[in-house]
Design a protein around this ligand. Structure first.
Ligand code: EPZ
Length: 420
């Protein structure tokens, strides 16, 4: 298993180009199952989650060709059973459910296990499929969904106890595009990745209005065709580099980023005393001369993203004063706290809230990566720590960050990947 050695104390300066969004790519790749015509998707990041999804599509019978960031998929003759051994590796595989049900009238996909950021239920997904007239069975770890008489449009409310569901909105949208009649999604996820999926589906001939808001209306059509699409930039990768600049400073310019999609991160960094300059397709972040603690509460978009919570904890660990971080989307998402405390951070967790007292500096230590964003946060913590931080189980980072070590090195960080 690869590990990453981060030698702290090297200020970051320069330009980084943001990759295509992992969380937009995954449902868009799944949406190619909705047609037997070829689809071309550009800016698919070279991350293991995207590669898993491509393997799943191939296993389902689609032909997949990839040349650097461009993927060509033709799902002419496909099967309704997603392979357990691949699906269990990535929870997001659940988003093949909607397209397979819409295209074939049935789908078998294994129930995603939980993961370190918490229990990962799919009750809202299944309730949505039933609302469109499908029958749902759960049998020996698999969920089997059938719609022998086809799918019919319905009004569906996707609000759950922790807010709405992003992949649940994606699944419902991808089932509804071929359903008979109109589907209205109330309490839809408004994330930009949902809007990007809708743009892809509209390019295939779907009729969708309101994607990117909490109310989406879909008028079913009889068939969909192939299309071409470039995936939006990864706003969480962008946020991660913005925090890296504030934490390890001096100044970093991000290219191929949409400032309006990272407003929540921009606002917190400014409140914490750092400079964020927004431009056309670019953002420059400069570490402030007088940083101070801040408070964040994670919420569905456009609120502060849960996927940026761990990275903010890394920043607040060495920000003078008290910071308070409240996680409302995944209340268990604090695997990074124990590891940062090993580096000398002062953090006290009570339920879904962590109170952080900034210290002068963290000290490098061997730490354990646990999930994608916690691992990225440990890399950030290592950038400004005294000494060397050794991050084990690097595969967690490779799931969602394209060549993060190369990008950090190009900004002046001293990081080295060690193959074990
Ligand atoms: C997506 O996961 C993202 N993944 C996650 O990013 C992100 O953290 C999450 O949305 C929230 O923004 C992808 O897009 C591939 P949810 P998703 O369904 O859709 C509960 C990363 O780091 N819930 O919006 O699986 C759930 O337990 C990943 O890139 C139900 O109760 O998340 C959670 O508390 C991690 N029932 C909340 O809703 C359901 O049926 C939000 O989950 C579904 C979800």
């Amino acid at each position: 298993m690869d590990k990453l050695l981060v030698h702290g104390g090297h200020p970051l300066r320069g330009v980084v180009t943001i990759s295509g969004s992992k969380n937009a790519s995954l449902p868009i790749l799944a949406a190619t199952l909705l047609t037997d015509e070829p689809c071309i998707i550009r800016r698919v990041p070279d991350v293991s989650d995207a590669n898993y999804m491509l393997q799943i599509l191939q296993n389902l019978g689609a032909s997949v060709e990839r040349s650097s960031g461009t993927v060509r998929i033709e799902a002419e003759d496909i099967r309704p059973v997603a392979p357990y051994d691949l699906v269990r590796k990535m929870r997001a595989s659940i988003c093949v459910m909607g397209p397979l049900l819409a295209r074939l009238g049935e789908v078998t996909v294994s129930l995603p296990g939980g993961c370190v950021i918490g229990d990962r239920p799919v009750d809202l997904h299944l309730r949505a499929m039933e609302a469109l007239g499908a029958q749902v069975e759960v049998e020996s770890g698999n969920v089997i969904v059938r719609a022998p008489d086809g799918l019919r449009g319905a009004e569906v409310n996707l609000r759950g106890k922790h807010g709405t569901t992003v992949l649940g909105t994606d699944n419902l949208m991808m089932a509804a595009v071929l359903a008979e009649g109109v589907t209205v999604i109330e309490g839809a996820a408004a994330e930009p990745e949902v809007a990007d999926l809708a743009d892809f589906l509209i390019g295939m001939g779907a009729k969708i209005e309101g994607a990117g808001s909490q109310r989406i209306e879909i008028e079913g059509v009889s068939r969909l065709g192939g299309t071409e699409h470039a995936v939006i930039p990864d706003r969480i990768e962008a946020g991660t580099f913005m925090v890296a600049a504030a934490l390890a400073g001096e100044e970093v310019e991000l290219r191929r980023v949409l400032p309006r999609q990272v407003v929540a991160v921009t606002e917190v960094l400014r409140a914490a005393g750092h400079d964020v300059i927004e431009g056309e397709g670019r953002i420059t972040v400069r570490r402030g001369s007088d940083p101070k603690g801040a408070r964040i509460v994670t919420e569905p978009y456009p609120g502060f993203p849960t996927d940026m919570q761990a990275q903010m904890c890394a920043l607040f660990a060495t920000t003078p004063g008290i910071s308070v971080v409240t996680e409302t989307v995944f209340p268990e998402r604090f695997m990074h706290v124990a590891e940062m405390k090993r580096m000398g951070a002062k953090m006290e967790r009570t339920g879904g809230t962590v109170v952080i007292e900034g210290v002068e500096a963290l000290s490098g230590a061997p730490v354990m990566a646990s999930d994608l964003r916690a691992s990225a946060a440990l890399v950030l913590a290592g950038l400004a720590a005294h000494g060397t931080t050794e991050i084990n189980r690097l595969y967690h980072i490779d799931r969602g960050y394209e060549h993060i070590d190369d990008k950090l090195q190009a900004l002046g960080a001293e990081v080295e990947r060690r193959k074990d």
